[in-house]
Write a protein that binds this ligand. Structure first.
Ligand SMILES: [Zn+2]
Length: 533
């Protein structure tokens, strides 16, 4: 009988396991359990060389002593159905109830003393640092990461991604220090001008520099002087934003910057400052920087199907966008990062309403509804009508959000790789968890060009064209590059198709008896469906 040898280390000790390829899953698990000297209820995890968890099963990909897997005993006697209460038992206290108590205490002190005392800040910092420590400790990933796939009855946990998702405190503090060191530098006029164009190349700027550029945007739109924003408050706000964007391939801090930079560029290109008041512009720019805060890399469909905490909290209604917005106002709740703190209650109310409207408009399931509203207004569009301006603001954040293809090809193409990486990660997870697989995210169905041609034709073009109908000057800046991108990906798609035919032809000639059915084409709707960004 054929056997398989798997090389791995446990506690730094090299081991190897040999088992028949068709033996039961449980036998393989027991084998690894014995090698790790683990008890019957202990939880084991096996990592490949990339650090990803792989299932302990007879299907394990064979490796060599040079590409050893790593076996870890991550928890003893853990019942995965009771993670929350286990955590409380393990810690000896309930972190979230402590946080809630702290919040209500702070509110009471605020109403009575009108200012948060330093001790509360200190306590908050301690809770936060403890939470971060917990979330970034790898061997505590059993808190939600471990999934036993053997009996098929597990419940998907909304927290499985936490291990690598959040930025560490060290990472944040390092970037903050760099940012503060650079923030007093005078940014050259050339860069300030370049920042106003859609050809801006984000890939040349690291995170601390990006924060400086965001500060330039708030300064050059005169927000600092108009709204009396203190520089240290703006810097703290930008730092909090940076901190609350996660380490994921696409919806990260760089995406936040690109969307904001496109919004900034559009404001200048369309000379919007002469048509709308500063508060509207402040709403637009701030919505853009906040629009994907704390994105976890899994879209709304996943949130809903996996019944995550977010989907439960927001009753399946735009869970992500509601969350991004709530996180934004959490940041703005803190006096030290509230860039609106010197505004009147009325002004704040208007800004809050505007930001909520804009961020919720980025849910692509509302694409047609919002676009149709805008189309209907176009013939009678009036900048002095608030309802008209509201729809325009929603359209502008939508355009900015999906504007990568309006950028030069060498800026746009790496973004598509990032997006597909995030999509494939989601569909892999959906397959693993037995959830419906989102067709345009399926690595078995989507290719780079196929993911773009339909999206550009049926989503990007119609949206961008309507905005250019209101501002004809945008034609050359955003429509022309998108047209070029469509030609580029159409050519690539044809080339891939030819390659596939050639391959099928040669297969037929070499092995006529083992010829497989040609791979199914993506469903027509699959790649053209609006993608939630
Ligand atoms: Zn986005």
């Amino acid at each position: 009988m054929a056997t398989k040898i798997i090389y791995f280390t446990v506690n730094g000790r090299p081991e190897q396991a040999e088992f028949p390829v068709d033996c039961p899953s449980q036998d393989v698990k027991d084998l690894f359990r014995a090698a790790a000297e683990a008890g019957p209820h202990d939880i084991l995890k096996l990592y490949n060389t990339k650090g990803n968890i792989i299932n302990i099963s007879p299907q394990l990909a064979p490796n060599s002593p040079h590409s050893c897997y790593k076996l870890e005993v991550v928890a003893a006697d853990c019942n995965s159905e009771l993670l929350g209460s286990d955590l409380i038992i393990a810690l000896g206290f309930d972190l979230s109830s402590m946080e809630k108590r702290l919040q209500s205490l702070e509110k009471r002190i605020l109403t009575e003393a009108a200012e948060t005392p330093a001790i509360v800040y200190e306590m908050k910092r301690q809770v936060e640092s403890f939470r971060e420590k917990l979330e970034s400790v790898e061997h505590l990933s059993w808190l939600g990461l471990y999934k036993d796939m053997s009996d098929g009855t597990h419940k998907p946990s909304p927290f499985y991604h936490k291990r690598t998702l959040r930025k560490t405190r060290e990472e944040c503090e390092h970037v903050k220090e760099k940012f503060l060191q650079m923030s007093s530098l005078e940014v050259s006029l050339e860069v300030r001008q370049y920042l106003k164009t859609p050809t801006f190349d984000n890939w040349q700027w690291e995170d601390a520099e990006i924060m400086v550029l965001l500060q330039v945007m708030y300064t050059d739109l005169d927000f600092i002087s108009t709204f009396n924003i203190e520089l240290d408050v703006l810097q703290q706000f930008l730092y909090e934003l940076y901190r609350r964007y996660n380490n994921i391939p696409f919806h990260n801090f760089k995406h936040c910057f690109c969307v904001t930079q496109m919004m900034y560029g559009l404001i200048w290109l369309t000379d919007l400052r002469s048509k709308m008041d500063s508060i509207d512009l402040l709403i637009m720019l701030t919505s853009a920087v906040c629009h994907d805060l704390d994105h976890t890399g899994y879209n709304n469909a996943y949130q809903i199907n996996a019944r995550t905490e977010l989907a439960l909290r927001y009753n399946d209604i735009s869970p992500l966008e509601n969350h991004h917005c709530a996180v934004a106002f959490e940041i703005l709740e803190k006096t030290e990062s509230n860039i609106f703190r010197n505004l009147s209650t009325e002004q704040f109310k208007r800004i809050r309403e505007g930001i909520i409207k804009c961020i919720l408009a980025t849910d692509m399931t509302r694409h047609t509804e919002i676009l149709n509203k805008f189309k209907a207004l176009l013939p009678v569009f009036n900048f002095s009508n608030k309802d008209h301006r509201d729809v325009l603001m929603m359209i502008m954040i939508k355009v900015s959000d999906i504007s990568n293809e309006a950028r030069p090809m060498d800026v746009a193409e790496p973004w598509l790789d990032c997006l597909l990486q995030e999509f494939f990660n989601q569909s892999d997870m959906e397959k693993l968890e037995g959830l419906p697989v989102t067709p345009f995210m399926d690595r078995d169905k989507v290719t780079k060009p196929s993911s773009q041609t339909g999206f550009i034709r049926f989503v990007l073009f119609p949206l961008f064209t309507e905005l250019a109908n209101l501002f004809p000057c945008l034609e050359q800046h955003i429509i022309d590059p998108v047209r070029k991108a469509l030609d580029y990906y159409t050519e690539m798609e044809k080339a891939l198709e030819r390659e596939k035919q050639n391959w099928a032809q040669s297969e037929k000639m070499v092995k006529p008896s083992t010829l497989k059915e040609p791979e199914a084409r993506p469903e027509p709707g699959g790649t053209t469906k609006p993608v939630s960004l």
